[in-house]
Design a protein around this ligand. Structure first.
Ligand code: ADP
Ligand code: MG
Length: 229
């Protein structure tokens, strides 16, 4: 078995008296896609945020390969989030005043690349995701599916180790959502990245290698679901 890329062990997190995670173990291997399902308020986003080093769990540990993520300083975690992790949300959270190529180039520029150096791979990713010719469009001049593919290009441009997606197709119609999910799975496989995708949609989950369910802050495996391999 391939050793896991991202691992959470014994994760606990409470917000006041609310237990968001009550002892969760989770791992994903390179190239593996894992769907996280479960009712609203069950702890799905909290799990994603703990794994990605956005919030610190109250107890338990998170590792990227052998490196502890949860015990890093805020500065180190922020560097890790910029260099090794990618995020995709329901609404792409693109910067409305920037054209598509600059939106995609942004993470590279934040990492220290010059504008021309960052724009080259940015435009390449836009082309790979079927957006050639739309590099100059601002998010408001793109359809929902196109904007989400720009957000995907921006997520992938740093060649992340792990892609975290929280309801990435939640705001799209079925056909567009299928298409975005298709390019997401394909590109993650090409990069040999791990994908952790929160979704309410059983059809999205079924396209992943594996599905886990969170209920009341506890994680359950779904041995039958998502048997793509
Ligand atoms: P899901 O993504 O499955 O809908 P969340 O992980 O967002 O669930 O939330 C799990 C629980 O933790 C819920 O009871 C929610 O209200 C609570 N919670 C999440 N984030 C916060 C926060 N920042 N402050 C207070 N409570 C929170
Ligand atoms: Mg959520």
């Amino acid at each position: 078995m391939t050793p896991p890329m991202i691992t959470g062990l014994g994760l606990h997190k409470r917000f006041g008296s609310a237990v968001a995670l009550g002892g969760v173990d989770f791992s994903a291997a390179p190239g593996e896609s894992v769907a996280v399902t479960g009712p609203s308020g069950s702890g799905k986003s909290t799990l994603l945020h703990c794994l990605a080093g956005i919030i610190k769990p109250d107890a338990g540990e998170v590792r990227l390969f052998d490196e502890r993520v949860d015990s890093l300083s805020e500065r180190q975690r922020s560097h890790l989030r910029r260099s090794r992790f990618a995020f995709l949300f329901q609404f792409g959270q693109l910067l409305p005043e920037l054209p598509a190529d600059e939106n995609v180039a942004l993470p590279l520029m934040l990492g220290g690349d010059s504008r021309p150096k960052a724009l080259e791979p940015a435009r390449e990713w836009l082309g790979r995701l079927g957006l050639a010719g739309k590099e100059d469009r601002r998010p408001g001049e793109l359809s929902g599916g196109e904007a989400q593919r720009v957000a995907l290009a921006r997520a992938l441009v740093i060649r992340p180790a792990v892609v975290f997606a929280d309801e990435p197709t939640g705001a799209l119609d079925r056909a567009t959502g299928d298409q975005v999910m298709g390019v997401l799975l394909q590109t993650v496989a090409e990069l040999n990245a791990a994908l952790v995708v929160v979704t309410h949609d059983p059809l999205v989950a079924a396209r992943c290698d594996r599905t886990v369910e969170i209920r009341d802050g506890r994680l359950f495996d779904h041995p039958m679901a998502g048997a793509r391999r």
